[in-house]
Ligand binder design. Structure first.
Ligand code: FAD
Length: 391
């Protein structure tokens, strides 16, 4: 098929690679003049890494990632360990692929290399989609400069503010969650040796606030994401805020968290609003479908948004390969993916209630009762998008 794919983010590039591998002609239309990602990290669990492996990215991932030993959930002030999910060798042996922490720029560059090797003309930069013109027999992508690009199928991978979603679902805007996220990237060598976190994904949980810290780039950089309940502000990955407000948000926190905050470049403190949407079960029309944040934007509290986009990519390519009429294949894709993505969206939203409990004893009991390790090891990480039965 001739596929017009909108958006060259992690989801769009993963989908382009999976679809070209199956023999389709794919053109990726990206509004930005240059492709790239922001200076932050992303965690990739086995359910998504299986797809990256299949795309030939294992050596790249091994070279640029960090493999954490565990998720550790700790109380914000005392540092008491509340709960643990074992990662490292156990995750790899149990779920069939490693767990990586990787700079977003490095993951994006790896995917871009794969797409370029498969088809150097696939990614078209500086093309902004503004709408869709769909009839039973054909579909066209309408672009900002007025051109109409004919295709057999349009895939919207254009993120949380998706234009293609407006054609498939509705034009409702995403909803502000009441939480904002600090994003810091700290050279490890700037942190005193005795206050550096262990090689884990550590989640420090406190009243109306939690902070996530983990290493990337072979441990040379520490990624810090601080999620605070605050009034509305701009949804932008590039808005800087005063270090003094960061300092205030984490006053009285554990010395390991404080050390990271003291070590950050004070002019490099980014903060943006966290938006959300309720899950939807309709992802497709006859000739248009969606994937990634365009259809299921997800709060980062389970570290699964990009992983879900990568799972979508593999399953969409398999559904289109089932030798069925296009509209039927899109139904197979949607019916298989929507319930799983909805579960991730809903559970991620619920995590804020767990991570932000004020009372220490109540928080400890809630972690014990919730047993996130058993849950995620039970249904989330074992999923294999390359082999799971589709209907
Ligand atoms: C703080 C934070 C931490 C996170 N951590 C993790 C994690 O550890 N693990 C994980 O799996 N996920 C994580 N996520 C989620 C993850 O970042 C997203 O789910 C993922 O990046 C979505 O990818 P995407 O390709 O669907 O969308 P995007 O990355 O938003 O890409 C969309 C692309 O479409 C382009 N575009 C948009 N509109 C148009 C248009 N009209 N025409 C043409 N192009 C267009 C954009 O320029 C962009 O390149 C995190 C998110 C946040 C906020």
């Amino acid at each position: 098929m001739d596929i017009a794919l909108v958006g060259a983010g992690i989801g769009g590039l993963a989908a382009a690679a999976c679809l070209i591998q199956k023999g389709h002609r794919v053109r990726v239309y990206e509004q930005a003049a240059q492709v790239g990602e922001v200076g932050a990290a992303v965690q990739m669990s086995a359910n998504a890494v299986k797809v990256l492996d299949e795309l030939g990215l294992r050596a790249h991932l091994e070279a640029v990632s960090v493999k954490p030993k565990a998720f550790e959930f700790r109380r914000f002030d005392t540092g008491e360990l509340l709960h643990e999910i074992k990662l490292g060798a156990i995750h790899e042996q149990t779920h069939g692929a490693p767990y990586y922490q990787i700079h977003r720029v490095d993951l994006h560059a790896g995917l871009m290399d794969v797409v370029n090797r498969l088809d150097p003309a696939a990614v078209q930069l500086g093309v902004r989609a503004v709408g869709v013109d769909e009839a039973e027999s054909h579909v066209a992508l309408v672009c900002g400069d007025g051109q109409k690009i004919q295709a057999d199928l349009i895939v919207g991978a254009d993120g949380i503010k998706s234009v293609i979603r407006q054609h498939v679902v509705n034009a409702d805007p995403p909803v502000f969650t009441g939480q904002v996220a600090w994003r810091l990237c700290i050279p490890t060598q700037h942190i005193p040796v005795d206050l550096r976190p262990d090689v884990v994904s550590s989640i420090w949980c406190g009243p109306k606030n939690h902070a996530v810290m983990y290493y990337m780039r072979a441990g040379t950089l520490l990624n810090f994401v601080g999620c605070v309940e605050r009034p509305w502000e701009e949804e932008s990955w590039t808005t800087k805020q005063p270090w003094s407000e960061l300092d205030q948000d984490y006053a009285g926190w554990h010395p390991v968290v404080r050390a990271a905050i003291e070590a950050v470049d004070r002019d490099q403190c980014y903060r943006w609003a966290l938006n959300n949407r309720k899950p939807v079960m309709t992802w497709s029309t006859g000739r248009v479908t969606l994937l990634g944040d365009a259809v299921h934007p997800t709060l980062p509290y389970m570290a699964q948004g990009a992983a879900m986009a990568i799972e979508d990519a593999a399953v969409l390519a398999r559904a289109l390969d089932m030798n069925r009429p296009l509209a039927d294949a899109l139904q197979v894709y949607q019916n298989h993916r929507a319930p799983r993505a909805a579960r991730v969206v809903n559970e991620s939203t619920e995590m804020a209630d767990l991570y932000h409990i004020a009372d220490a004893a109540e928080m400890k009991k809630a972690f014990h009762d919730r047993n996130i390790a058993a849950s995620r090891n039970g249904w989330l990480y074992p999923y294999d998008p390359l082999r799971v039965a589709l209907d």
